[in-house]
Each structure stands twice: as C-alpha cells, then as structure tokens.
Write a protein that binds this ligand. Sequence first.
Ligand code: NAP
Length: 160
Amino acid sequence: MSFSLIAAIGKNNELGKRGGLCFNIPGDLKFFKETTMGYPIFMGFNTWKSLPKKLPGREHFVLTYEPKDLPEDINAVTDFKKFVEENLNSKQKIFVIGGGSVYQQMLPFCDELFLTEVQASDSEADTFFPVLDKSEWDRKIIGKGQDNGLDYVHVLYTRK
Ligand SMILES: NC(=O)c1ccc[n+]([C@@H]2O[C@H](COP(=O)([O-])OP(=O)(O)OC[C@H]3O[C@@H](n4cnc5c(N)ncnc54)[C@H](OP(=O)(O)O)[C@@H]3O)[C@@H](O)[C@H]2O)c1
C-alpha cells in the first residue's frame, strides 16, 4: 500500500467553499494531525494555498502545472502520472490530503480512505468529494465526536 487518503466531507460530499473548508471542527484537525504525522503529504496547489503554513513533521508534495511561489522545502510535482508510477508500489505510505481535483484523480490509486463524515450540509460548498462506489469498499467506524454543534464519525474505508 502506498497511497492513503484523508478528507472531511459533509452529507452531500461537501469539501470546501471559496478556497477554505466548509466545517470548523477542531477535533477533526487533531485527528488529521495524528493520522498524517510523520508521513509525506500530497496535495493540489489550491490546498497548499489554503494552509496557514507548512505543516510540521510531514514532507510536502504539491501538484501544480507550473511551479511558482513555492518555498524551497516544498516539493513541486508537475508530472502527475510519473509521481503516481514512482510511488504506487513503494513501502512508504503517502497521504493524499486534497483538494477536490486531487481526490478525484488519486482515488483509483488509494487503498484506504480516512473520511470524517460530518452530519451536516453546506449549501455554499463549491468543491466536492467524488461519489464512492460503496461496493468497492469495506466501511468501519473508527471514532466519533461532536464539535461546534456538529456531529461526525471517523470512517476507515478499505478497498475490497
Ligand atoms: N474537506 C477536506 O478534507 C479538504 C481537504 C483539502 C482541501 N479542501 C478544500 O478543497 C478546495 C481546494 O480543492 P480544489 O479542487 O479547488 O484544488 P486542489 O485539488 O487543492 O488544487 C488544484 C490545483 O492543483 C494543480 N493540479 C491539479 N491536477 C493537476 C495535474 N494533473 N497536473 C498538474 N497540476 C495539477 C493545479 O494547480 P496550478 O493551478 O498551480 O497548476 C490545480 O489548479 C478548498 O476549498 C479546500 O479548502 C478540503
């Protein structure tokens, strides 16, 4: 296994709006940090832009057609196919952390998905997680919580 994916989604697969997140859930940010800590993380340029700063303890790979304005310690990835081929069978797990376009392109190459399923919707969302074919995945609830009045469950999907 080399690619794992992590995302927080609403009832209608909402991921983001206006370049940011739909839901403010500190407990989920903690889960994200604990789950991804120590692993390389792979993201699209828009998601990189949305981060307040480089996330400590994780090597960053940022997908962009044209590397620009990236700090020296961030790895730019311009050739998606080459990146996937080079890492698909590696022993090192890489976390795919978004956003919508990168989840869409990477889903076929991921063996496990950590999805935080938020029991809320956001009519202003403009970015969505792809619809999963549930017959392809085993679903296991691995945690749950409530934050800012939002109920959520952490779900681990493993490819059958
Ligand atoms: N809920 C969650 O868990 C979660 C997680 C992450 C992000 N988000 C949200 O998702 C939204 C961002 O998602 P997004 O879909 O707009 O953007 P994104 O996937 O983060 O980044 C898109 C950018 O990645 C680059 N890119 C994509 N495919 C490429 C390819 N095949 N080759 C080279 N470069 C490629 C392009 O960058 P260039 O334009 O630089 O070429 C493209 O504009 C934000 O609202 C963010 O807050 C939510």
